[in-house]
Ligand binder design. Structure first.
Ligand code: ATP
Ligand code: MG
Length: 392
């Protein structure tokens, strides 16, 4: 049991002492039963947001209109959400307005899948109205209630089913999968940012190849950007610690549509930079990396580019472990380790400052990296005056 779980139980204890109900709900209960690492522990309660704020001394209104208050009293921040149902759905999207209710049953009923619709009480009892425990045992993702109805209420749930499949390695129950196949086009109503958040979770998941199989089988892949069915085999051994790697690999496999991918999934500046760097490093790898390639790319970029080649069964003449050894053996690791700076260059000539300084420093780095000149001020001065200036 981790710190958050413990803090959540403390929060529940205090809510109950004030005369309301409270339980742990959703993903935390599921992950607890699966003995997986529990991330955020959500508490649901019969108390209204203002009642919660009266019980605790330190709270933050993170989503009070949806009934969520963040409680800080127990050391770990715990999200406490009032039991609620969702208002009417329109355009196949989750409604903005919610209705608070006083009983847990109604709250559990609005949840997407049986494995996500369980509650855990302070005494350790599991409240499981829809057979979530059995579905966990059988490794099944099943919609709560009629799947067609549930996916028409909120079409994102279809992609969430794929995402949970990819994370847990669970199958999607037959009627639930059929319903997705029938309504897959409704995913077009969902904001691209929300689609991208689910796909980002797919990239980081344990069973990406299987997840993409589900994406194809469910028909959803047809409504996303990327040629998933043609390229499935390239994902067989894919494994990523962070979602950027997934975006970059998707771009690599779909070079022609790279801009469409960036636009469709609304990639951030940071993600775009990562994509550009890893694809450049991958291209350079086809030649064989130069000392400059090792110097100018972070280890993570080089290792990711190496993985890209392996995942596509491109044979490489060296081991991944060698990358870091080669990089460490460079005479300099970063530009600030160069024995000279722009000021040195200026003091050695009568030339005025200008773009030539960067050109000269880059040339100096290459000369040092290639062992043509030692990284010492005197040696670099000699190189600069004899080789660089003379050759223009
Ligand atoms: P994760 O480990 O990714 O956080 P999670 O199950 O906690 O998984 P969240 O998106 O954090 O997923 O949602 C918390 C809970 O809220 C879910 O377990 C589910 O009960 C409910 N929920 C979330 N999104 C939806 C939705 N679109 N439709 C119905 N219920 C949802
Ligand atoms: Mg969660």
């Amino acid at each position: 049991i981790n710190k958050e779980w413990h803090a959540a139980l403390q929060v529940i204890d205090r809510i109950e002492k004030s005369g309301f109900e409270a339980v742990i709900v959703g993903g935390a209960v599921r992950d607890h039963l699966l003995q997986r690492k529990v991330n955020d522990v959500d508490v649901a309660t019969s108390a209204l947001p203002l009642e919660i704020k009266e019980i605790f001394s330190s709270t933050v209104d993170v989503g009070i209109e949806h009934g969520t208050v963040l409680v800080l009293d127990e050391g770990e921040p715990i999200e406490v959400t009032t039991y609620r149902t969702e208002g009417t759905y329109s355009d196949y999207r989750r409604p903005e307005e919610v209705k608070f209710v006083r009983n847990l049953e109604e709250d559990l009923q609005r949840r997407d899948f049986t494995i996500n619709a369980m509650a855990f009480t302070k005494d350790g009892d599991i409240i499981d109205l829809y057979g979530g425990k059995e579905d966990i045992e059988n490794k099944v993702i099943r919609a709560v209630g009629d799947p067609n109805v549930r996916f028409r209420e909120d079409a994102l749930r279809m992609l969430r089913a794929i995402r949970f499949g990819s994370q847990l390695g669970f199958t999607i129950e037959e009627k639930t999968l059929k319903a997705i196949q029938v309504d897959s086009d409704l995913i077009d109503f969902i904001a691209n940012e929300r689609i991208a958040m689910e796909m980002a979770k797919v990239w980081k998941s344990k069973f990406v190849y299987y997840g993409l199989q589900l994406l194809i089988e469910s028909n959803l892949s047809k409504f996303l950007v990327g040629h998933f069915s043609d390229q499935l085999e390239h994902w067989r051994t894919f494994k990523a610690e962070k979602s950027e790697i997934g975006w970059a690999y998707l771009c690599l496999l779909n070079r022609q549509e790279m801009q469409d991918i960036v636009d469709f999934y609304r990639l951030s500046k940071k993600e775009k930079t990562f994509v550009r760097k890893t694809l450049n490093a991958f291209d350079a790898l086809r030649q064989k990396w130069t000392a400059m390639d090792y110097f100018s790319n972070e280890l993570e970029i080089l290792e990711t580019a190496y993985d890209f080649a392996r995942w596509q069964n491109i044979a490489l003449p060296f081991e991944k472990e060698e990358i870091h050894a080669v990089k460490n053996s460079l005479p300099i690791q970063a530009i600030d380790q160069l024995a000279i700076s722009g000021n040195h260059l200026m003091s050695w000539t009568t030339r005025k400052s200008g773009p030539w300084i960067k050109v000269a420093l880059d040339a100096a780095i290459i000369a040092v990296l290639n062992g043509y000149v030692e990284n010492e001020e005197d040696k670099l001065k000699e190189w600069f005056l004899n080789d660089f200036i003379n050759e223009g």
